[in-house]
Ligand binder design. Structure first.
Ligand code: CA
Length: 231
C-alpha cells in the first residue's frame, strides 16, 4: 500500500491531488492544515510513505511542518509545494529535510513522476546476502542493513537521500564524482530537477559528517566538476 499525505489549504488543489494520485494507486489522506497533519503524525509517525506539503498554510507553515515530521520520521519522502516566484524557498525546503520540491503551478504528470520517484526511494529492501552489510572508511561505518552512518561509533541522523549519497561515496572512495552522476544515481535518470539539488544535499551532509563543515576534509569539492569522498 502506497500511503500519501497531502497538506494543502486550497480546496481545489487538495481535491485535484487526491483524485489524481488515488487514480495512480496511492491511498491519499488530504488535510487542510499543518495542525491537522501533526495530530495524525504524532499518533502514528509511520502512517505515510510520502507527504506533499504546501508551504503557505494558515497557522503552522509547511516549513515547520516538514521539520516536525522529519524529527519523527527519517524515512518518509517529503515533497514541498513552492510558489514559482519564491526561489529561496526551494533551497530552504531541501535544507530542512524535504526530498524534493515542485513549483506551483505544476504539471500533474511531473508531480506524479516526482511522487513516484520519492516513493521508490522509501522502499528500501534488505541487502542481498552476497553484499557486504557494512562499509568502512576511516572512522566512518556505513551499515547497509540498518541504513545507519556512524562516525566514531556515534550514529548520524541522515535522510534516505543523504544515506544514498553516502553509499555512493563509500563505494567510490577517492573518486571524483560529477554532479550529474550523483544526481542520476540518487534521484534517478528520469529526474527533472536542477543539479543544484546535489549541492544543497552536500551542504547538509557536511553539517552532519564534517568536524568543521566550513573546511570540509571528507566531502571535498572538485571545482567545476563535483565531489570526492576521502577519509
Ligand atoms: Ca497554500
Amino acid at each position: 500500500m502506497k500511503r500519501l499525505l497531502v497538506v494543502e489549504d486550497e480546496y481545489a488543489i487538495r481535491d485535484l491531488l487526491t483524485l489524481n494520485l488515488t487514480k495512480v494507486g496511492y491511498m491519499v489522506e488530504a488535510v487542510e492544515s499543518a495542525e491537522r497533519a501533526l495530530e495524525i503524525i504524532i499518533n502514528d509517525p509511520d502512517r505515510f510513505d510520502v507527504a506533499i506539503l504546501d508551504i503557505m498554510l494558515p497557522g503552522i507553515s509547511g516549513f515547520e511542518l516538514c521539520e516536525r515530521i522529519r524529527r519523527k520520521n527519517q524515512v518518509i519522502g517529503i515533497i514541498m509545494l513552492t510558489a514559482r516566484t519564491m526561489e529561496p524557498d526551494k533551497v530552504r525546503a531541501l535544507a530542512i529535510g524535504a526530498d524534493d520540491y515542485v513549483t506551483k503551478p505544476f504539471s500533474l504528470n511531473e508531480l506524479i513522476a516526482r511522487v513516484d520517484a520519492v516513493y521508490r526511494r522509501t522502499l528500501v529492501g534488505p541487502p542481498r546476502q552476497s553484499e557486504a552489510k557494512e562499509l568502512i572508511c576511516g572512522n566512518f561505518v556505513l551499515d547497509l542493513s540498518s541504513r545507519l552512518l556512524k562516525k566514531n561509533d556515534q550514529p548520524l541522523d541522515l535522510t534516505q537521500v543523504e544515506f544514498q549519497i553516502m553509499e555512493l561515496f563509500f563505494k567510490n572512495q577517492g573518486v571524483a564524482l560529477d554532479r550529474e552522476t550523483i544526481m542520476g544515481k540518487v534521484w534517478g535518470t528520469s529526474y527533472y530537477g536542477d543539479v543544484k539539488i546535489v549541492d544543497v544535499n552536500i551542504r547538509r551532509l557536511r553539517m552532519k559528517v564534517e568536524d568543521d563543515p566550513s573546511n570540509p576534509v571528507n566531502i571535498v569539492t572538485v571545482w567545476g566538476y563535483g565531489y570526492r569522498w576521502t577519509t
